[in-house]
Ligand binder design. Sequence first.
Ligand code: PXP
Length: 251
Amino acid sequence: MKHKLRLGVNIDHVATIRNARGGLYPDPVRAAKLAAAAGADGITAHLREDRRHIRDTDIQRINDEVDRPLNLEMAATKEMLEIALKHKPHAACIVPEKREEQTTEGGLDAIGGHNHLTPMVREMSNAGIRVSLFIEPDARQLDAAVSLGAPVVELHTGRYADLEGADRDTEFERIKAAADYAASIGLECHAGHGLTFDNVVPIAAIATLVELNIGHFLIGEAIFSGLDSAIRRMRSLMDKARAEVEGARSA
Ligand code: PXP
């Protein structure tokens, strides 16, 4: 396959279950190692301000113990910038964060946040961290990402995942157009949020996407079929979708 679509497995919700009992089990680092063995190309973890799932020690241990690049999801705060500069993960994805939200709702405003985000992106880039911005599939946000110096964007697929029928098709077209536009202006384009076995195939078939980040569904599915099996099935759906689109392009 010419352009393999990378899979980043988000292990936040292993930590959610661990924290429900206040102990050490289940260990998100064990899940990260298992994810790597099952075909994950990277491990994604969101260190939230309130540490509701991943904690600082998890970040340290994933970096030290797991043989895959870490993508640290983080809010654009001074505290998180310091943590990123200390741990120097392979990648950092800047996400909007509200304390009361259940999960990341909506994308970052790269236009309004230009002055705040530009020095953060620069500092992390200078430290060798590949910075991405989690944004809505919108050309103006993509232009703003370029103008503030981010090399990578991650398109929010949450709306696509929540919608049905024609509304979902419209949102899908928005994501595809945004991914194609991102690639045309030199951005590496990722996507994620709310992806499942049932909705991943059309997204994986967008040839301009380089990486998908998937968490909640895989950890949920692990309850029924095991994490290894859930990740292998996701990997195989993604690879099949990508192979089909590349076969169609070269035919
Ligand atoms: N990408 C980003 C930037 C996210 O914030 C999240 C959720 O933490 C995900 C991907 C994964 O979303 P989900 O857990 O719904 O698969």
